[in-house]
Design a protein around this ligand. Structure first.
Ligand code: 5GP
Length: 190
């Protein structure tokens, strides 16, 4: 998705350990105009799918998820990283965080993820696919159907994308980064 690739070239920063920093337009300060354009692109790519709910993980996924949910006029559920004391029945699983180098529990109230739901997962980054595996597990527990996954940035030098596509999921990434070696951002050519 050219507007995003252009913006990453202009404002993305490469950190050690294969991490791309996009704090000035996605992860801290947010550019709503770019976010809107990206969300329209997600809607276009998943146009053939029936979707009645968007799911994401707090916190960075919430902004793009809301905008996609707004465009599709469906509710947006964000999975929580801590069990709220007020939550009774819930689904939960462990997710290993690549950027934080530790595992955490994610959970979702049974009230908001139901059998038969057709769910689209939206998140900011796809790296090793651990967050996505967590969402796969939660939707399985709920007997919901995961109809696709949309990521703003996929890092194809990590294993998440190939794993999820091999599992048969429609995975759509708006920018695919082949390499961050030597702190040079190399994009996949389309
Ligand atoms: P995965 O679960 O696919 O291994 O990693 C995805 C999660 O890790 C994303 O939700 C994102 O929060 C974080 N993440 C992974 N790689 C990067 C990166 O290069 N930059 C940023 N800002 N976050 C990342």
């Amino acid at each position: 998705f050219e507007p995003l690739v252009k913006r990453i070239k202009e404002d993305g920063k490469c950190l050690n350990g294969g991490i791309l920093k996009v704090d000035s337009f996605i992860n801290h300060q947010i550019d709503p105009t770019l976010l809107q354009a990206m969300s329209i692109e997600f809607v276009r790519r998943f146009a053939t799918k029936e979707i009645n709910k968007i799911i994401t993980i707090e916190a960075s996924g919430i902004a793009p998820a809301i905008m996609v949910g707004f465009l599709l006029n469906v509710p947006v559920v964000f999975v929580k990283k801590k069990k709220p004391s007020t939550m009774a029945g819930m689904y939960s699983t462990e997710v290993f965080s690549f950027t934080k180098n530790r595992a955490y529990t994610v959970c979702c109230s049974k009230e908001f993820l139901n059998e038969g739901d057709k769910v689209l997962f939206i998140d900011d980054f796809l790296a090793n696919g651990n967050a996505a595996k967590g969402i796969i597990e939660l939707t399985k527990q709920a007997k919901a159907e995961l109809v696709g996954m949309g990521f703003i940035v996929e890092k194809s030098f990590q294993q998440g994308g190939s794993y999820l596509r091999n599992e048969g999921y429609q995975v759509e990434s708006l920018a695919i980064i082949d390499s961050l070696d030597n702190c040079q951002i190399k994009f996949k050519e389309n």
